[in-house]
Design a protein around this ligand. Structure first.
Ligand SMILES: *[C@@H]1O[C@H](CO)[C@@H](O)[C@H](O)[C@H]1NC(C)=O
Ligand SMILES: *[C@@H]1O[C@H](CO)[C@@H](O)[C@H](O)[C@H]1NC(C)=O
Ligand SMILES: *[C@@H]1O[C@H](CO)[C@@H](O)[C@H](O)[C@H]1NC(C)=O
Ligand SMILES: *[C@@H]1O[C@H](CO)[C@@H](O)[C@H](O)[C@H]1NC(C)=O
Ligand SMILES: *[C@@H]1O[C@H](CO)[C@@H](O)[C@H](O)[C@H]1NC(C)=O
Length: 420
């Protein structure tokens, strides 16, 4: 372990002891909660102006994406269901007057609707803990999940790279329109692929196009990989019951995860139970060769994630988070990860009231699994209670003693010098 690695583990150890107290290991801890989002405004006068002219409508804002780096929480607030009313689409979470508030990240200017240098509509991002860079997905389109408004196709879809240590943008890549459609993309979630010690590819699920977009950071090329059967809503997979209410979500490929050896990408349609695996060697060369179902989840999921050891997913009908121990299954079945059937399932967290719709996950450098639960089934159907009687959005963390699939990827994927 190098010097920074040692320092980090000391910091993590201190955090673990101060944060866990005497609670049992696998208890999920609630870190932040909201009835409706609250923003850290420059002043109350500005807030009142935003409310008066319709630029801030609290009930149109929902927290979806989460990633964590150096104990700082980053979240997204997608511009899904209206064209106005959502002033901030990427934020950090800060505690102010005992309330949890969203601080625009990296700043207010970068949230400007209609300015293509700014962020238009962010749902997902990935953080590379090796570099402290955040890779932000921006669909470039707003109002893309609404029956009431027609989407506005304002800007090209792009990946914006932000340096979390300097809070500066270091790169921005427009996606070619013939790969990521200007008028129909819904880039949903992203994982990164390391080759030769550096970030080489991004794999992005698109729930409207039902493809995986591939972007090559080295050459700037982009292409799509489509496997129609596994990337569309599963037959009989779109209905589920949550706390006695029926919901139908006919949504294709959504959750995506990367194995820690960078050999396989995992994905699943939101509407469905099956988890699929595809070799990165196929995605890298533009094919879906080798796609196979690897396991049947207990329920439909939004987000999924692979740590450096295990696979985690949300179970929408069950208000729960489960994990699969792929390494144990591979040992038990005496096969490699490319042939294993995932069966060793463990309940990580469950609560019918407080953990509805586990939307996205993150694993930090200190061994914690983080997730957002946001009752999205209510938000999307306009049945969310904003009166103050209910908590709608929560940020949770559970200590799993694992780290991100990306942690240490530089060393793991570096080309070894040839000695001879
Ligand atoms: C609403 O008011 C805010 C604060 O004065 C201003 O920045 C924004 O441009 C206004 N928006 C509209 C649509 O008028
Ligand atoms: C949670 O909901 C499920 C499904 O409706 C039900 O079977 C279970 O008993 C509930 N658990 C609790 C603790 O209420
Ligand atoms: C909910 O869905 C189940 C299974 O499809 C069905 O049997 C039931 O009648 C539905 N309930 C309602 C209230 O629609
Ligand atoms: C792409 O990669 C897969 C998996 O390694 C391989 O089987 C296939 O032949 C490759 N296709 C092309 C066009 O190179
Ligand atoms: C975390 O896992 C490591 C082995 O990977 C182990 O040595 C250590 O004791 C574990 N820490 C806790 C707090 O469980």
């Amino acid at each position: 372990m190098n010097w920074t690695g040692q320092l980090l583990s000391l910091v993590c150890l201190a955090l673990a002891y101060t944060k866990v107290d005497s609670r049992p290991r696998l208890d999920a801890l609630m870190v932040h909660e909201w009835t409706s989002v609250d923003i850290e405004w420059p002043s109350d006068a500005v807030k009142q102006e935003y409310i008066k002219n319709g630029s801030f409508v609290a009930e149109k804002n929902i927290i979806t994406g989460i990633k964590v780096y150096k104990n700082q929480i980053y979240v997204t607030i997608p511009r899904w269901r209206t064209l106005t009313g959502i002033p901030v689409t990427l934020a950090t979470v800060v505690q102010s007057d005992v309330r949890s508030k969203l601080r625009p990240y990296p700043d207010w200017t970068s949230q400007t609707v209609g300015d293509c240098q700014s962020l238009q509509n962010v749902q997902s991002m990935e953080i590379d803990p090796n570099s402290g860079l955040m890779y932000v997905l921006d669909t470039g389109r707003i109002g893309i999940l609404s029956d009431a408004v027609k989407p506005e196709n304002l800007c090209p879809a792009k990946i914006v790279v932000l340096d979390l240590n300097t809070n500066k943008q270091v790169a921005s890549y427009d996606m070619p329109a013939d790969v990521v459609s200007r008028d129909n993309n819904f880039m949903n979630d992203i994982v990164l692929d390391y080759v030769d010690g550096q970030v080489r590819y991004a794999y992005i699920t698109d729930v409207l196009e039902e493809v995986i977009h591939v972007f090559d950071f080295l050459t700037g090329a982009a292409w799509n990989v489509k496997d129609a059967d596994s990337m569309k809503a599963e037959a009989n997979g779109e209905d589920f019951i949550n706390n006695g209410v029926n919901y139908t979500f006919t949504v294709g490929v959504d959750g995506i995860a990367m194995s820690p050896d960078f050999d396989y990408v995992y994905y699943c349609p939101l509407a469905g139970y099956k988890l699929y695996q595809v070799p990165t060697s196929s995605l890298r060369n533009g094919s879906a060769q080798g796609v196979r179902p690897v396991g049947k989840k207990v329920s439909q999921s939004g987000g999924v994630i692979y740590s450096d050891k295990s696979f985690y997913y949300g179970a929408l009908a069950d208000n729960a988070v489960y994990s699969w121990d792929a390494q144990k299954d591979a040992r038990d079945q005496n096969v490699d990860i490319g042939h294993v059937k995932l069966t060793t399932e463990m309940l990580v967290a469950k609560n019918n009231q407080t953990m509805q719709w586990q939307d996205t996950f993150a694993v930090d450098e200190c061994g914690w699994l983080w997730f957002v639960s946001n009752r999205l089934q209510l938000f999307i159907t306009d049945t969310m209670d904003f009166s103050g009687r209910e908590i709608n959005m929560r940020i949770w963390k559970v200590f799993i003693n694992e780290t991100s699939y990306l942690q240490g990827a530089r060393e793991r994927t570096a080309i070894l010098p040839i000695i001879g």
